[in-house]
Design a protein around this ligand. Structure first.
Ligand SMILES: C[S@@+](CC[C@H](N)C(=O)[O-])C[C@H]1O[C@@H](n2cnc3c(N)ncnc32)[C@H](O)[C@@H]1O
Length: 200
């Protein structure tokens, strides 16, 4: 069933009205930690679906990643491109609907944050299949699942962690899961980091 969240104008309006409560206004601390520690990631090709204002994309590019960042909101991308302007390392920004993206396995990593919870919940399996199709063999999906606290309504729509695991593990293998992460204070205990690997 189609809902308002399938329409980029819904998201454009949220950005125009400044009602983008998800916006951390800074790179995501959990993602920053992963890049700094390097246990699961080292510079390579990285895809960020639903990149919003692009903080994570720009941060990763500045740390050696070859970044492609996608969002279907022109408003979000306008901000993201301004953020990236003048930096030495370029980000390849795509203004497209993730569901229309051609399925070419081309990325070493995908970082997903607050997009799985923002899309139409009926399309979560389609979303997971799409992300998996974009990963190279041995590539990793870094999925920071938020919100997992059972909230009603949305977006953001609640994520049942067991259900999300079931959906992603249809295509990928879970190699790491933790709730003990560098969440921002208001999201402490309300998000879970899953890292999946594409083995086939
Ligand atoms: C809740 S925001 C999160 C943005 C960013 N990840 C962050 O953490 O700040 C969800 C983003 O996904 C984008 N989005 C939602 N559905 C999309 C789709 N089907 N294709 C591309 N972008 C989409 C929206 O435009 C919005 O910028």
């Amino acid at each position: 069933m189609s809902t308002q969240v399938d329409d980029p104008r819904f998201w454009d309006n949220r950005y125009i009205e400044n009602s983008s409560a998800w916006d951390l206004k800074t790179p995501t601390p959990v993602f920053v930690s992963l890049i700094k520690k390097g246990d699961f990631m080292s510079p390579g090709s990285l895809f960020i679906p639903g990149c919003g204002k692009g903080y994570d994309a720009v941060y990763a590019a500045e740390h050696g990643y070859n970044v492609t960042a996608l969002d279907f909101s022109e408003q979000a991308l306008m901000f993201a491109k301004q953020l990236a302007a003048g930096k030495d390392q370029k980000v390849n920004f795509l203004c497209e609907d993730i569901f229309n993206l051609e399925e070419i396995p081309q990325y070493d990593y995908i970082f997903e944050y607050a997009t799985y919870c923002a899309i139409n919940p009926d399309r979560r399996t389609e979303f997971a299949r799409k992300l998996s199709s974009l990963l190279k063999k041995e590539g990793k999906l870094i999925a920071l699942l938020f919100p997992v606290d059972g909230r009603l309504g949305g977006p953001p729509f609640n994520i049942n962690v067991t259900e999300a695991y079931g959906i992603f593990s249809t295509y990928l293998n879970l190699i790491f899961s933790s709730k003990v992460i560098d969440s921002v204070k208001p999201r402490m205990g309300r998000e879970v980091l899953h890292i999946y690997k594409k083995t086939a």
